[in-house]
Design a binder for this molecule. Structure first.
Ligand SMILES: Nc1ncnc2c1ncn2[C@@H]1O[C@H](COP(=O)(O)OP(=O)(O)OP(=O)(O)O)[C@@H](O)[C@H]1O
Ligand SMILES: [Mg+2]
Length: 423
């Protein structure tokens, strides 16, 4: 690590020892001569997000007493070496310019660094002999830093792959988790533990064969309680969508344009009274909060559940947020052994198959940002979101329920639609 290269890029899966090796090497180099070292990542809201703590731990562990740990910096009292910690996305042009005197930049979690951030940073690190050290777990084939540095490496670039299998300090617990993942989900193992980038197809949360199987299935009988997922439109183009699901059968969707909150609440009230759902899960992040308030005021508090897509997941060590958690429940439902059915609906199937997945720096599943999905789809995935909402919480069977087949349920809906001037 001490050999001179303009770029040193270490990549691989989790627990390869990248961060520890970078920390130890930089602390070691900083003892030999005065260096200005910037530890950077795409987003750093507080120093806690940075490698500051790791450096402090390594200073203590290696008993490097000449390092002084300050609140936002680390300084070597003998050589004058300093470590600073910054997020790239929250730097002004002026702040970036102040990096011109930096000797070494450490870009941690570099798969998250945007092309824009890289294009500003790279030419700013211009001091003679300056180096950019990069540690990353590749996300996709198109990670901007990977493309810029490692796609076509030249003699000034060192690219090294390290995995947990190369890390002599890797704990038995980590090895066990990795091997379990290898058995249960080889694709996920290759990505998380061997650092393979996700390809376009692997990048999708829901494989298309699962969607095709579900749309072809019709012979499902269920006496599970009715659940409604309600995705409330936020902007002009989006639709307000109600999804009706009983257990293994997603029955139908009802979409509306241009309804205000009271009108949405009126629709919901009608469905609640007519079909007696066990639960209605409502996206309460945007204007949906108002719909929840109205329904609660009308006395439906017991069955109405507000859901915030962006809030913390119930299994927060596995999922980045509720949205990823619900969509993954939906994926698992589609993959369930007994089979499930969804309406034979092109729009729904396109929405279900387009959502990409990724993993955050803690290895938690994250869904592609809604804006990205919107760009690809040309609209919001309202139906798929409404179906995902129906998985917000487990809903338990009620007693004395009659058995329905998917056909008879569809019939019941059509019949009541006729009686009520169409919905
Ligand atoms: N020099 C070391 N001394 C002691 N333990 C080490 C050392 N290097 C690595 N480890 C152990 O291996 C683990 C993984 O190392 P590290 O966090 O550096 O990997 P990484 O490649 O950065 O992984 P991730 O992608 O998960 O960030 C550490 O948590 C630590 O337990
Ligand atoms: Mg690391």
């Amino acid at each position: 690590m001490t050999k001179k290269f303009r770029y040193k890029l270490y990549y691989g899966g989790r627990a390869g020892g990248k961060s520890y090796a970078f920390a130890d090497s930089l602390l070691f180099l900083g003892r030999m001569k005065k260096l200005r070292i910037a530890c950077m990542r795409e987003v750093q809201d507080s120093i806690k997000d940075s490698v500051y703590k790791l450096l402090c731990d390594r200073i203590k562990f290696n008993e490097l007493h000449e390092y002084r740990i300050l609140q936002t910096q680390i300084i070597n009292k003998i050589t004058g070496t300093s470590f600073i910690f910054k997020g790239l996305s929250n730097q002004s042009a002026q702040n970036i310019k102040s990096l011109e005197g930096i000797d070494i930049v450490w870009l941690e979690e570099a798969q998250k660094i945007s092309k824009q951030s890289w294009d500003i940073l790279n030419p700013t690190i211009r001091k003679i002999g300056s180096e950019i050290w990069i540690s990353m777990n590749r996300e996709t084939e198109n990670d901007p830093v990977w493309q810029a540095v490692a796609q076509n490496p030249d003699k000034n670039t060192l690219v090294v792959k390290v995995n947990y299998t190369d890390n002599p300090f890797c704990s038995e617990e980590i090895k066990y988790i990795a091997e379990k993942c290898k058995k249960e989900n080889p694709e996920e193992y290759a990505h998380i533990w061997l650092g393979a980038p996700l390809s376009q197809a692997q990048n999708r949360l829901i494989p298309s064969y699962l969607i095709q199987m579900a749309r072809k299935k019709t012979d499902i009988h269920t006496c599970s309680p009715l659940i409604i997922g309600l995705d409330v439109a936020r902007f002009g183009d989006d639709s307000t969508v109600f999804c009706f699901r009983r257990g293994r059968c997603c029955l139908r969707f009802e979409s509306f344009h241009g309804l205000d909150n009271v009108e949405v609440a009126n629709r919901a009230t009608f469905y609640i009274k007519e079909y007696r759902p066990a639960k209605i899960f409502i996206d309460a992040g945007g204007v949906g909060g108002g719909v929840v308030d109205i329904l609660n005021d009308r006395g439906f508090k017991k069955i109405v559940r507000p859901v915030m897509f962006g809030s913390k997941a119930m299994l927060s060590d596995r999922y980045f947020n509720r949205r990823a958690e619900m969509w993954d429940e939906l994926r698992a439902w589609l993959a369930s052994e007994q089979g499930v059915c969804i309406p034979d609906d092109e729009v729904l199937c396109a929405e279900l198959s387009i959502a990409g997945k990724k993993y955050d720096s803690k290895g938690r599943l994250q869904l592609e940002e809604k804006d990205e999905i919107k760009k690809k789809l040309g609209r919001s995935p309202d139906k798929a979101d409404a179906l995902a909402l129906s998985f917000a919480e487990p809903v338990y069977e009620r007693e004395n329920t009659t058995e329905f087949s998917s056909d008879s349920l569809e019939y019941a809906f059509r019949k009541s639609a006729g009686h009520n001037n169409g919905w």
